[in-house]
Design a protein around this ligand. Sequence first.
Ligand code: ACO
Length: 314
Amino acid sequence: MQGIQLLGMGKSLPARQVKNEDLTAYVDTSDEWIRTRTGIVTRYFSEQETHADLCVEAAKQALTNAGVKPEQIGLCIVATISADYATPSAACLVQTRLGLSGDIPAFDLNAACSGFIYALSVASSMMGNGSTSRPYALIIGAEQLTRMLNMQDRTTCILFGDGAAAAVIKASDSARFICRLGSQGDVSALNTPGLMREEQYIHMDGKAIFRFATRILSEGIELLEKESGVAAEDIDYIVCHQANRRIIEYVQRKEKLPKEKFYINLDHYGNTSGASIPLALADLMEQKKLPSGTRLFLVGFGSGLTWGAAYIEI
Ligand code: ACO
């Protein structure tokens, strides 16, 4: 696979932070239940912000941090299931608002919570096969899941949040990138009815997702060890999709790995689907935890049921 280098990250969150206690105004729940069953403490809900606002702000920061100008971007992908329009894509809205060149591919990618890893894989292929005429790619993971939340359903409304994070990447011959993707064609475990349907809320079978997630995270880590030749113990951080602390801790115990290997920020953001893995990368970079030479495993799972596993070197 074409190697890729992560040059800069950016993130954007709505202004309104929602604590667990705030959710007791909508449903019969408690801070204690949410903390112990999920690990989530706060999340962000959009009020004034549009999905495109979140994308654009995250992208601006990523470009600044990477030292790259909009006109140098040769590809723009937004991993999302919750864009402002069914069409045009969020990527086209970003393109016009940032003044990206008019001759580059810009599109959205729907692989739910695995979307950012899918997007990295697509970008790596496109940069390697001559589809991009400029040196850098802008890859965004963004969600406004609150527009799909049934605030009367306590089994789902406590889990999700809004946010966006963006990465500026370039093709690299030295930084290795290995990625494996999959999907199982399952509609019932997690779905949101499409446009024009009467109600567009998230429906979820929490136990089915829990079983799938724990299996896929373990298998993903083992697959990446095999494909990269790097043992999980030697990886600096394993960044899993941030759905539930119990899912990650279950896998950490099963794989007999130290807790510190698993980066967790879902306590701040809840589950932000396509934004969750890039938000973790943005926070790691902001905290200066990704110096050159850092090696990461990324493992995502989501509606579909999709999964993605990637080994990246910084
Ligand atoms: N507050 C208080 N009580 C609640 C709440 C709530 N928010 N939600 C459910 N309960 C109650 C249930 O009604 C049930 O009560 P009962 O025993 O009287 O029937 C009890 O708590 C236990 O419910 P369970 O569903 O068995 O709780 P569980 O421990 O399985 O936790 C959860 C539920 C957190 C959803 C868990 O199954 C889970 O994490 N699954 C994974 C789902 C996930 O992460 N989804 C993210 C989206 S998918 C993705 O990102 C790919």
